[in-house]
Design a binder for this molecule. Structure first.
Ligand code: FAD
Length: 400
């Protein structure tokens, strides 16, 4: 059979290997990853792992025996430093080369550095090694002053856990509200209020001017005491190796609707891939487990000769305190929302539309709505704001 080399051993890389075997691939599969750990899931890093409720063994995607049993070669702690596409080899940092018939970039992304003086005092949270550093700083202590820069998913999840560990937490967000692009105003407002009720200080419309040992200076002149500063201000896709091999890159490795580069032997998936999504009218790059897993399955099928365009419905979740936020679809770019349920009780769903077209549903402690919305959108059925706005509207009934 043909040989497959996967660059990056994270969520997407692991899944493409698993999917290849599940779909009957007989050739060799080699996963090369630069982290020490075998492939693991990142979502618990800002949730159970940070809270000390699970350990690395609880994060790994497969046991070591799985890879051995399925003939999947996992090389950890090794970086791919170059790809020669004409010779069809990847070059590792240790100078070893590995030949391939098919190459999959699953290199993920890295935290965007904070562009201010004193950034060296700021910690990030992307890897289990990052989480261990932070856990060590918090371990056995309470009442530390923790400043979180960035009110996105990672910043807010981190804030929730650290608050639960009884530290003083301030979130600083430059935009007028948290999660500006990721969720609707209604959902963001509820989450912000929840954080404030828990005692987290949420500052919006304020940037960071500088970070010093023990302090954070904001653009409005405020100085925050900080024993620990953690930033979550977005990521930079790891596309340099692909770019140097001559592949088009632009905020990610550019691939077509089949997740293929211009080189038919090379695909890119997961956080590093910027793919053609006709529904969005252009290229998008998504950062989610769903996207990594579904793209991996799609590329495994393509390698085995049944290429289909990638059309899976995006979905996402976030856990903060006891709030379970689940999003079906991509709500970015909506211009109308209709809220159903009971916002006062913290159980509601926000239906996001552009014009009459349903873009997605944000389910806030309404898991049934999330499931139904996924099913509805998967089926291609449509809902208009008028239908959702009718008294007594029930998503379950609209599916029948
Ligand atoms: P990654 O999992 O980042 O894997 C890429 C791997 O490639 C990394 O190990 C990297 O070190 C390695 N690599 C890069 N370059 C090279 C090279 N040249 N040679 C060798 N190895 C290389 N998503 C959700 O859907 N829900 C959540 O609740 C959620 N929570 C999250 C919380 C945190 C703290 C983080 C960081 C992410 C979270 N995500 C969540 C996002 C999700 O984890 C990512 O979208 C997913 O991990 C992407 O998978 P990936 O394989 O593309 O990238």
């Amino acid at each position: 059979g043909e040989s497959v080399v996967v660059v990056g051993a994270g969520q997407a890389g692991c899944q493409v290997a698993v999917s290849l075997r599940e779909q009957g691939h007989r050739g060799s599969i080699t996963l090369v990853g630069d982290e020490q750990a075998a492939p693991y899931q990142r979502p618990p890093l800002t949730k159970a792992y940070l809270a000390g409720e699970t350990d690395l063994a609880g994060l790994v995607l497969r046991q070591d025996s799985y890879y051995a049993d399925h003939g999947i070669q996992v090389v950890t702690g090794e970086r791919v430093i170059g790809v020669d596409r004409s010779a069809r080899v990847v070059v590792l940092g240790c100078a070893r080369t590995i030949g391939y018939d098919h190459l999959v970039f699953a290199t993920g992304a890295r935290p965007r550095p904070l562009p201010v003086p004193g950034a060296e005092h700021v910690l990030n949270l992307r890897t289990v090694a990052d989480a261990d550093v932070i856990r060590q700083k918090l371990e056995g202590r309470t009442g530390l002053d923790v400043v979180v820069i960035g009110g996105g998913f990672i910043g807010l999840e981190f804030a929730a856990v650290v608050r639960k560990l009884r530290h003083e937490v301030t979130v600083v967000e430059t935009q007028p509200r948290v999660m500006q692009r990721a969720v609707s105003e209604a959902t963001a407002r509820h989450l912000t209020n929840r954080h404030r009720r828990e005692g987290v200080q949420v500052l919006t419309g304020t940037g960071v001017a500088a970070v010093r040992e023990g302090f954070v200076e904001l653009t409005d002149g405020t100085v925050l005491v900080a024993d620990l500063v953690v930033a979550g201000i977005g990521v930079i896709p790891n596309a340099e190796i692909a770019q140097r091999s001559g592949l088009a890159c632009d905020d990610g490795i550019v691939v077509d609707a089949h997740l293929r580069t211009v080189d038919p032997r090379v695909h890119a998936i997961g956080d590093c891939a910027r793919f053609a999504r006709p529904l969005s009218g252009g290229l998008v790059r998504l950062e989610s487990v769903q996207n990594a897993v579904d793209q991996a399955g799609c590329v495994a099928a393509a390698i085995l000769g049944s290429a289909e365009p990638y059309t899976a419905l995006p979905w996402f979740w976030s856990d903060q305190y006891d709030v379970k936020l689940q999003i079906a679809g991509l709500t970015d770019g909506h211009d109308r929302t209709v809220t159903v349920g009971d916002p006062a009780q913290g159980k509601f769903s926000v239906f996001c539309f552009r014009g009459d077209r349903l873009l997605g549903v944000e389910a806030y402690n309404r898991p049934v709505d999330f499931l139904m919305a996924r099913r509805l959108m998967d089926s291609g059925a449509t809902l208009t704001p008028e239908i959702v706005g009718r008294p007594g509207f029930d998503l379950r009934l609209s599916l029948q």
